[in-house]
Design a protein around this ligand. Structure first.
Ligand code: ADP
Ligand code: MG
Ligand code: MG
Length: 908
């Protein structure tokens, strides 16, 4: 049987369903599903993603059987709608819409009103009894078709757009502000002018054959899969280029037939904070994209629709409930009201901020719509998004001061929660450039409205501010998804791109001036406004808020409790100070996975330098004696803070030269302080110089050549442990030897550590349980993990170094090419952010297998930066690690990711 390439939907009898998003794309699958559950969907058909794949594999040709299948489906649509495509008395019009598996809002192209020509437009005018509507539709069609199919759209948004220019001219001549105010004859003139512009640019006439129009649009939609902005979007969100898009051809319904018509987009709950109830925009007497394009500022559904169109509102409300019950999630819908009747044009699970994600998941559990386990799904709450709940917010006092100071500029719609300040930047390209030059730069992208081309610049900005557009505008949608602070529709803003200024009343701000956005309230301030910690941090860390005062915290805590119930992977933290350690425990850390002892040395750097500068053993030992009490005190503090939780302490790791001053002035100062000649310092610095310090004399190599350093550190650890144990606090020290590649290295250091332990136990008369283990951070350690596990009692993957040494790529130097690599799909993502699973990950698997083949209960963790990155946490679960360790603020993220990994594994 021939492959089925075309799936009909409509009239409750669809060929497809929501399960087929791979084949039908998200839009097509959900149009079929909505139709199946009896919702009003204009009939249409979906051309599958397989056709897209075929198209690109076969030099942009279609499968031979496609044309007949399309004809057959079109006939069905005609039958359902009771109109004929291309008919000269009552013509059917269709739209041609893209639709990938995962939605890519605004990235690809859509053409509306296909089927119009000089004959059918007259027929439409007659059959609808509305000549203005017919010509308005025709005008829109010629413009869209010209842009999308005939390549009239300028490459860059800054280039002149011939259609927009003609339209502006016409409106100006007519003395009207909106195109909805143009008269029939003016619209007729515009159509002729548009066609002439097409002829002069392309050399061909505008196609009048409806069939030819459809195929042109289908080709353009498939073609848009590979356009630059779609590619950028896919890279950002990890969507494979191979997936392809489907094409949906669908009977048109009209929101521009008069004042009992409208077009709208909405979320069934608010996507910024998750508040229940519709949140969306609509425009009366308008079509399609008008509502999100930011041309006219739309009205809010929750504010006025019930009053303006009570029947349509009621219908929409019941549809929203049906959809939420059916999909068990908040829906993002697109609809049109034609003569008072609601037609559904799209539904999908809504994108949401971290705040909304947590609230919606918890609310849906409370409403009995989903289970705890479903609430934990990474599709509902990407673990990283919890980060938003921990970010600073504006301080009320700071805001009041700013208001007093006359810094409050205006108020827009709060579209992306959080607080952000930064320098004004008016162009996305500039923002991107500035960000690439300095990733720490603080920018607020300020625009009249944003379009998909602004995506890269939006990524670079801390916050986004627009003058036009509503809660469903492009800017709002994309910021929500990126978790950026965003205020839209601040209509008092007068933005002058040419002069690079922003005016509100008499206040003037220039490009580069600071501006602050409160994404919770929509307030916009000139200058910087003071921030304060988020509610979750105030409750957990500063204790300046009680749990019962913060619903945000309560929902967070509920979710975290569910996560802990379902995860099996432990979560520890990387911390070197008691305060940090305590904070991490408040965030849920179950131990310290990495204490970097060198950070402690920076507090006593002169004594440490004395140790490094020592020419002989006695001098070095004298310096070490001075360091011992400092280290002991630091460790004791950590043990107390952790109250019996395991604490992994890594022995000295970085190359020594990192601790010495390199310029002459500071060397002289140091010479004076410790009483040795400056020449001695200069000489030692040059002795210690290495061309590849990352691969040089560091890690256990230091302790092996200078065992007295290891001895001092071990003594400090055990003295501290015994001291704290005497106070009645349980202690679990785990001594970790860095950069081991040979088992002999491990044994050498282990011996020094155990000798000190025995000595200290004998001296103090106290004994503590402890472990001696190793970092696994060079490929050789993975290769001989069985040998090492013969002695080591635990492993901890140091994936920062393991990535450097496996890839032969230095973290300090890869900045020069990594962005190029990402943009050109050489690497799927930054290997220092997410574990390179097929490379580094294979070595990790080997390390786990070999290690446990020798010692079956070997405890294994990870302490590289990757330990707090969700995809890496999931990987660590899969390969059977016991715990991940990450920075304190990432602990909640790791807990959720660990639960998500456990749930996913159980499903398998
Ligand atoms: P995108 O994926 O960019 O949202 P869509 O294919 O959803 O593009 O089309 C954009 C808008 O065009 C829709 O939200 C809807 O308002 C309008 N539209 C598309 N098809 C139709 C149709 N058959 N009838 C009426 N409006 C339509
Ligand atoms: Mg859409
Ligand atoms: Mg390391």
């Amino acid at each position: 049987m021939a492959t089925k390439y075309v799936y009909y939907f409509g009239d409750g009898k669809s060929d497809g369903s929501a399960k087929q998003r791979e084949l039908l794309g998200g839009k097509g699958a959900n149009l079929a599903e909505m139709s199946n559950i009896g919702l009003p969907v204009p009939a249409g058909f979906t051309i599958t993603t397989e056709v897209c794949t075929y198209y690109y594999a076969n030099n942009r040709q279609y499968p031979p059987e496609l044309a007949a299948q399309v004809d057959e489906a079109m006939a069905k649509v005609e039958k359902t709608m009771g109109k004929k495509f291309g008919d000269s008395s009552d013509p059917l019009l269709v739209s041609c819409r893209s639709g990938a598996r995962d939605s890519m809002p605004g990235m690809m192209d859509t053409v509306l009103n296909i089927g119009l020509n000089d004959t059918t437009v007259e027929a439409l005018a007659k059959s609808s009894g509305n000549e203005r509507f017919a010509w308005d539709s025709y005008r829109r069609f010629v413009q869209m078709y010209g842009d999308v199919v005939l390549g009239m759209k300028p490459e860059k948004k800054t280039d002149a757009d011939p259609f927009e220019e003609l339209l502006e001219k016409k409106k100006h001549a007519a003395g009207v502000e909106f195109d909805s105010d143009l008269s029939v004859s003016q619209l007729k003139e515009l159509v002729a002018e548009f066609k002439a512009a097409i002829k002069s640019r392309t050399g061909s006439d505008f196609p009048s054959d409806p069939k030819q129009q459809v195929w042109g649009a289908v080709g353009a939609v498939f073609g848009s899969w590979m356009n630059d902005r779609a590619m950028v979007y896919r890279r950002t969100y990890g969507i494979p280029h191979e997936w392809g898009t489907a094409v949906n051809v669908q009977a048109m319904v009209f929101g521009n037939l008069g004042d009992d018509c409208a077009t709208g987009v909405a979320l069934t709950r608010d996507g910024a904070l998750g508040v229940p109830g519709y949140c969306g925009d609509y425009l009366i007497n308008a079509q399609g994209e008008d509502v999100v394009a930011g041309i006219r500022t739309p009205k809010r559904i929750e504010e006025t629709l019930a009053k303006e169109m009570p029947k349509a509102y009621e219908e929409l409300d019941s549809i929203g409930k049906i959809l939420e019950n059916h999909y068990k999630d908040v829906q993002d819908i697109e609809f049109t009201v034609q003569k008072g009747k609601v037609w559904m044009l799209q539904t999908r699970n809504a994108k949401r901020t971290g705040f909304a994600a947590v609230r919606i998941a918890v609310d849906l559990v409370d409403e009995g719509k989903i289970t705890e386990i479903e609430a934990l799904s990474p599709k509902r709450i990407p673990a990283d998004d919890l980060n938003q709940l921990l970010q600073p917010v504006f301080d009320l006092a700071g805001k009041q001061a700013a208001v007093k100071n006359d810094q409050l500029l205006t108020k827009g719609i709060n579209a992306g929660p959080g607080a952000a300040y930064g320098q004004i930047c008016f162009h996305a390209d500039d923002a991107e450039k500035k960000f690439l030059a300095n990733p720490a730069v603080e920018l607020i992208l300020v625009r009249r409205e944003t379009t998909p081309e602004d995506l890269r610049g939006m990524k670079a900005a801390k916050g986004i501010l627009t003058a036009f557009g509503g809660a469903s505008s492009h800017a709002a949608l994309v910021s929500r998804q990126m978790g950026k602070v965003c205020v839209v529709g601040a209509s008092e803003l007068n933005i002058d791109y040419e002069a690079a200024t922003l005016k509100v009343g008499s206040k003037l701000l220039k490009e580069g001036d600071y501006i602050s956005l409160d994404g919770f309230t929509g307030e916009v301030f000139a200058g910087k406004v003071q921030t304060k910690p988020s509610e979750v941090i105030q409750v957990l860390i500063h204790k300046t808020m009680k749990p019962e005062e913060s619903p945000v915290y309560q929902r967070f805590a509920k979710l975290m409790a569910w996560a802990d119930k379902h995860r099996t992977l432990g979560v520890r933290t990387n911390a070197d100070e008691p305060k940090q350690a305590k904070e991490a425990v408040s965030f849920g850390a179950e131990g310290i996975g990495l204490c970097r002892t060198e950070h402690m040395f920076f507090d006593h750097v002169d004594e440490f330098r004395e140790m490094i500068l020592a020419d002989d053993l006695p001098t070095r030992e004298r310096a070490l004696v001075k360091l011992l009490p400092f280290q002991r005190g630091d460790f004791a503090g950590l043990f107390r803070a952790m109250e019996g939780r395991p604490v992994t302490i890594r022995l000295l790791d970085p190359p020594l030269h990192e601790f010495l001053p390199h310029d002459h002035a500071s060397q002289s100062l140091l010479a004076e302080k410790i009483g040795i000649p400056v020449e001695a310092i200069t000489r030692r610095v040059s002795e210690l110089h290495e061309s590849n310090p990352m691969l040089g004399h560091r890690g256990c190599r230091l302790g092996i050549v200078m065992p007295e350093i290891t001895a001092m550190q071990a003594r400090a650890i055990f003295e501290a442990a015994c001291e704290v144990k005497k106070e009645g606090i349980d202690v679990k020290p785990e001594v970790m030897i860095p950069l081991v590649g040979y088992v002999t290295e491990f044994k050498n250091q282990e011996k020094v550590v155990r000798e000190q332990a025995e000595k200290v136990f004998a001296e103090t008369g106290v004994k503590v349980d402890y472990l001696v283990g190793t970092m696994i951070e060079v490929p050789r350690a993975c290769a001989v993990a069985d040998q090492i596990a013969g002695s080591a009692e635990f492993f901890s993957f140091g994936t920062n170094d393991l990535t450097q040494t496996t890839l032969g790529m230095s973290r300090d130097d890869y900045g020069g090419f990594i962005n190029y690599y990402k943009e050109n799909d050489i690497v799927p993502n930054d290997p220092f952010q997410a574990i390179d699973q097929s490379g580094v990950g294979t070595l990790m698997r080997m390390g786990v297998e070999k290690g446990r083949s020798q010692r079956s209960k070997l405890k294994i963790g990870i302490c590289g930066e990757h330990g707090g990155e969700p995809s890496s946490v999931v990987f660590c679960h899969e390969i059977g690690l016991d715990y991940v360790s990450c920075s304190p603020f990432r602990v909640p993220i790791a807990r959720l990711a660990a639960a998500q990994a456990a749930v996913a594994a159980q499903k398998k």
